[in-house]
Design a protein around this ligand. Structure first.
Ligand SMILES: NC(=O)c1ccc[n+]([C@@H]2O[C@H](COP(=O)([O-])OP(=O)(O)OC[C@H]3O[C@@H](n4cnc5c(N)ncnc54)[C@H](OP(=O)(O)O)[C@@H]3O)[C@@H](O)[C@H]2O)c1
Length: 251
């Protein structure tokens, strides 16, 4: 896809991978709207890049997604790209029953339901534009699940399946569907879980990963991985089982 002269809505673009994507699109001459729950983080992003448009938005329920889509429709007639990036990650232990799952934020709503709904809400707005694209951010853990993060892994596997099916559905109306599959990237994701595993060092910075993503988007690569995730996207079932054992040995 062309990377310049777009109007791009990036959910959760106030930090991490989303902010790096926002910066990369702005640098290439696209208009970018970012959203997130924290006004403070959005303002900090805007101070770094005054060209960014920001919107406080909580995508953990249907009303929040609808409100965002309406707000964009009213102000950005030229919107042609949706990046479903906002996500949360939690360690959840089902040996304690449903307690962990119910005690925190709902990954199913934020990581899976919101991107599905936003895709549906944005299709009428982006259809007919050239290019028109939906870019879903999944995870290597959607291909090789983590025993520590079973719900997170399931949401990303679900978003992978949705992306494949949506790509086929929307092709006839000229909307490209990309899936970006990050490996571990050094961001603010799952701070509690990452603090419990200080030995797990992540060297990959968001900007370095996003440089690869932008090149692959420009080359129309439909499923974009890097390092570990590039390997697992195309791995055989035997290879996935081998990596699953390796990754979850300590559980
Ligand atoms: N970092 C990794 O290792 C890694 C690996 C694979 C996949 N990913 C995926 O990459 C995406 C970006 O994550 P990241 O690593 O860049 O983490 P991050 O720095 O924590 O960014 C997450 C973004 O999502 C926003 N967000 C979270 N919940 C939201 C909600 N309910 N409504 C609206 N916005 C919300 C956050 O802003 P607020 O908190 O202000 O709402 C923030 O802007 C996620 O989908 C994640 O699953 C990350």
């Amino acid at each position: 896809m062309r990377l310049s002269a777009n109007t791009v809505l990036i959910t959760g673009g106030s930090s991490g991978i989303g902010l790096a994507l926002a910066e990369a699109f702005v640098q290439r001459g696209s208009e970018v709207i970012i959203c997130g729950r924290s006004e403070e983080r959005l303002e900090a992003a805007q101070r770094r890049h005054p060209a960014l448009h920001t919107k406080v938005s909580d995508l953990s329920d249907v009303a929040g997604c609808q409100e965002l889509a309406l707000w964009v429709a009213d102000r950005f007639e030229r919107v042609n790209v949706l990046v479903n990036n906002a996500g949360i990650q939690r360690d959840i232990d089902f040996t304690r029953g449903a307690n962990d799952f119910l005690a925190g934020e709902n990954e199913v709503r934020v990581n899976l339901e919101a991107p599905i709904l936003l895709a549906g809400l944005m299709v009428p707005l982006i259809a007919g534009k050239r290019p028109a694209a939906i870019i879903n951010i999944t995870s290597g853990l959607g291909f090789v699940p983590s025993a520590r993060m079973p719900v997170y892994s399931a949401t990303k596997a679900g978003l992978h399946a949705f992306s494949m099916a949506l790509r086929r559905q929307l092709a006839p109306i000229g909307i490209q569907v990309f899936e970006v599959v990050p490996p571990a990237v050094n961001t603010g994701l799952n701070p509690e879980g990452r603090a419990r595993r200080p030995q797990f060092k992540i060297d990959l910075e968001p900007a370095e990963f996003v440089a690869v993503v932008m090149a692959d988007l420009e080359a129309d690569v439909p499923e974009i991985g890097y390092g570990f995730s590039a390997d697992v996207i195309r791995a055989s079932r035997n290879e996935i089982d081998r990596r699953f054992e390796q990754m979850n040995r300590e559980w």
